[in-house]
Design a protein around this ligand. Sequence first.
Ligand code: ATP
Ligand code: MG
Length: 158
Amino acid sequence: NWIDFVKFFNHIIDRFDMMKERDITFKRLLPNKVIFVEVDEDKITQVIDNIISNALKYSPDGGQITFRLKELDGKVEISISDQGIGIPKDNIDRVFQRFYRVDRARTRQLGGTGLGLAIAKEMISAQGGEIWAKSKEGKGTTILFTLPYDPVQEDDWS
Ligand code: ATP
Ligand code: MG
């Protein structure tokens, strides 16, 4: 389906913003325009839900989560950054593997199976995009993904 991605992304962020019970600030750096992207809404919702859940789960009180959306050549890039515990450099690519969790002792109390990002990777690949992570231990994590986007197609409707 073709959807207005900025509106769609805002809806998901709103839902977490209303439900969150902790002192974590949400900051949105999203373009103020309509960007039509062809996606499977349910699947991308599941991907974004997992990334935001992780960001909340691994963030301290008082932290900030920043949401960005950028238009690049032939794609949109979505990123979600937190100021949480971070991921050690050596483990950064493994977080997309099934059942992988960085540190059992560290994450045991927080719950989860270690499947969220593996599923996200499958879904983003199926939509023709890419997903990756940037992180600094003790500073925070950014999860980024792209989706194919053709700005010219907007004009076909006019
Ligand atoms: P599930 O999503 O299945 O409930 P999970 O959150 O542990 O479980 P993933 O979402 O796949 O699994 O994440 C894998 C691991 O990557 C996590 O266990 C955690 O160690 C690390 N991780 C993911 N996101 C973050 C983040 N924002 N900050 C720090 N570590 C993270
Ligand atoms: Mg998760």
